[in-house]
Design a binder for this molecule. Structure first.
Ligand SMILES: NC(=O)c1ccc[n+]([C@@H]2O[C@H](COP(=O)([O-])OP(=O)(O)OC[C@H]3O[C@@H](n4cnc5c(N)ncnc54)[C@H](O)[C@@H]3O)[C@@H](O)[C@H]2O)c1
Ligand SMILES: O=P(O)(O)OC[C@H](O)CO
Length: 355
């Protein structure tokens, strides 16, 4: 008899806990094919009352810190030891903030099954300091762990998914067998998935939308009109597409109209953490760093780090003038220019010098 496939979730934050619960419920319906226990790596923390986060999750079936008031299925087990969490896993779902990917993958080197595969739900990337090439999370996972890696991005604000409110996502996969497994584990009537071969473009869109969502937040914080906010989203989306094309050619321009593209940008610019943080910054003059530390109870913004990486990449290619929304997003995060400069610079956007 074939053994049932084991699933490990690498991460247990706001989205990590949500997806662990989602997959946990799904495997209960799938029975023999999958191990009924979902192991979720949880970086141990001592909570304010002195209790350990993993113990609270396993006793209360709730991640009281990162996903409060949402009950997880009892087959989700929080494990504080990373090696133990991934041991024997056939499917690894990576869902940690992007700044910890390199270090986490290094720790996992030679510790995962060689016929396993991974999928990244992480929104962010690095830029290689020596070559100025984009270093994608899927590529880091693939090259460090020596296993294939898919990507899944989309308009998926975790709290809404945890509440089972309808959403969709886009999966990047070039292997039908892996696609079928992801469909089995994720697709549900209230969470529909669509597949494209563009693993990398899907991932880059997921990372970049956080930067443009911050720009929408800056504009809203300054009480710019609806027309200006829409212009920022359109110009920002144009820059996102042009940015993707610096890395790879898409299999079809339809990819930009999928959940990983326009839909994630809309959702994030309506109510994501990066949008809300940037809005607060423009309203109050507090730094994003301070807002993240003081207001998010441990949840992390991916936008400021990605703005820096995108700026470095574009600067290295001498293309900053072609991407003024990305340029200004970074300079605002750094405190080098005021958010109002972003609005003033719109009138000189290179789109208006084209035919
Ligand atoms: N939250 C959402 O709505 C959402 C939706 C889709 C995608 N995402 C993406 O998923 C990824 C994870 O987001 P999240 O919301 O689950 O996380 P989060 O913002 O809740 O971050 C907190 C997590 O970071 C972990 N952490 C802190 N220090 C760490 C370290 N040194 N090493 C490893 N982990 C560490 C904490 O243990 C905690 O689990 C991000 O890239 C995010 O953009 C989030
Ligand atoms: O809350 P944010 O800004 O990290 O965005 C959450 C998700 O990425 C939305 O799809």
């Amino acid at each position: 008899m074939l053994s049932s496939k084991k699933i490990a979730i690498v991460g247990s934050g706001n989205w990590g806990s949500t997806i662990a619960g989602h997959v946990g419920e799904k495997v209960l319906q799938l029975q023999d094919e999958y191990d009924q226990r979902i192991v979720m790596w949880c970086k141990e923390e001592i909570l304010d009352d002195g209790s350990k986060l993993t113990e609270v999750i396993n006793e209360k079936h709730e991640n009281t810190k990162y996903l409060p008031n949402k009950i997880l299925p009892e087959n989700v087990l929080a494990v504080p030891d990373l090696d133990e969490a991934v041991k024997d896993a056939d499917i690894l779902i990576f869902v940690i903030p992007h700044q910890f990917v390199k270090q986490t993958c290094e720790e996992l080197k030679s510790k995962v099954k060689q016929d396993a595969f991974a999928i990244t739900l992480i929104k962010g990337f690095y830029v290689d300091e020596e070559t100025n090439e984009l270093l994608l999370v899927s590529e880091i996972i693939k090259s460090t762990l020596n296993i294939p890696c898919l990507s899944m991005m989309g308009a998926n604000i975790a709290k809404e998914v945890a509440d089972k409110v309808f959403c969709e996502a886009t999966v990047g996969s070039r292997d039908n067998r892996h696609s079928e497994i992801v469909r089995q584990l994720i697709d549900r009537p209230y969470f529909r998935v669509r597949f494209y071969p563009d693993v990398e473009i899907i991932e880059i869109l997921g990372a970049l939308k956080n930067v443009i969502a911050m720009c929408a937040g800056f504009a809203d914080g300054l009480k710019a009109g609806f027309n200006t906010r829409a212009a920022i989203l359109r110009l920002g989306f144009r820059e996102m597409i042009n940015f993707c094309r610096l890395h790879a050619k898409e299999s079809s321009p339809d990819i930009y109209l999928e959940s990983c593209g326009i839909a994630d940008l809309i959702a994030s610019a309506l109510g994501g953490r990066n949008y809300n943080g940037a809005k607060k910054m423009a309203e109050t003059n507090r730094s994003l760093e301070d807002i993240e530390k003081e207001d998010l109870n441990g949840q992390l913004l991916q936008g400021p780090g990605t703005a820096k990486e995108a700026y470095t990449f574009l600067k290295g290619k001498n293309l900053l003038d072609q991407f003024p929304v990305f340029r200004d997003a970074y300079l605002i995060c750094q405190g080098e220019v005021e958010p109002k400069q972003l609005l003033e610079n719109l009138t000189h956007h290179p789109e208006y010098s084209e035919k």
